[in-house]
Design a binder for this molecule. Sequence first.
Ligand code: 6CS
Length: 313
Amino acid sequence: DTWRYAFEEAMDEVQGIFAQKFKEEVEANSDHEIQLFPYGTLGESADIMEQTQAGILQFVDQSPGFTGSLIPEAQVFFVPYLLPAETDELVDFFRNSKAIHEMFPELYAEQGLELLTMFPEGEVAISTKEPFTTPEELDEVKVRVMTNPLLVESYRAFGATPTPLPWGEVYGALQTNIIQGQENPMFYIESTKMYEVTDYVTMIGHNNFTTAVMANKDFFDGLSEEDQQMIRDAIDVAFDHIIEYQQGLHEESIEKIKADKPSVTFTTLTEEQRAPFQEAAADVEAAFIEMTGESGQAILDQMKADLEAAQSN
Ligand code: 6CS
């Protein structure tokens, strides 16, 4: 039979490359077929999640940036400066984290979802119309964020005016100056041409973009053990592929942006300049605990332990 898999990006963007590899593996190792639905073909991120929960879709890639409104604990990925910028350590964390492999699956299961994997999509950069190096310079600057309350807290703590919007509204809102900034990994700033409507790309080192792939749980539970294992194996192959695919992608994307629009200014804040943003992170962590209680505290503690383990590997 044919399984339907929707994701939040285009076919040639990171989630699409992952999905294509997954499809290739599934089709090579079983009689099943996968039909891919890139961003836009079935609606926004929230729509494809609803369709997956309803069993209309079998697989979905939705980032915690959106899932956070459904599973509050998933917002832990937006505690600033929690995830390391360094890739090896980050990949080790995603491969081995108990929070990801043992705790989150239970929370996703409560929403009718089988969590299959989480993977990083790259360091998050902030693209804006005006330059900034301090929280003061973000005063009154409306920065679009994905629709979850903790991201709103983050940008408030960074001194900006956070504006949650679905992805489809971002380009137009920047063009009409309803917002003056947004955050995303460099490949996405390049591929979606965010640099056409913003002139400064700033890296404050506050996060790496996490995404997640899951299946409708009733569908997954109803499969044979053999098919379940085949799916898990295909996910593992796609995970390795997407990590390798992203080698050098950040830098290549910067080069492409520069080639298309030489006036774009790229700035990486120094340790000193980052300090006030880093200090703001404590408030965001407190807000996370307030929103999620004991369950969130347990996830956060486990994440920190997992990150420490990844660091020493
Ligand atoms: O900012 C967003 O909404 C989008 N960013 C990425 C990198 N992927 C999908 C998501 O919709």
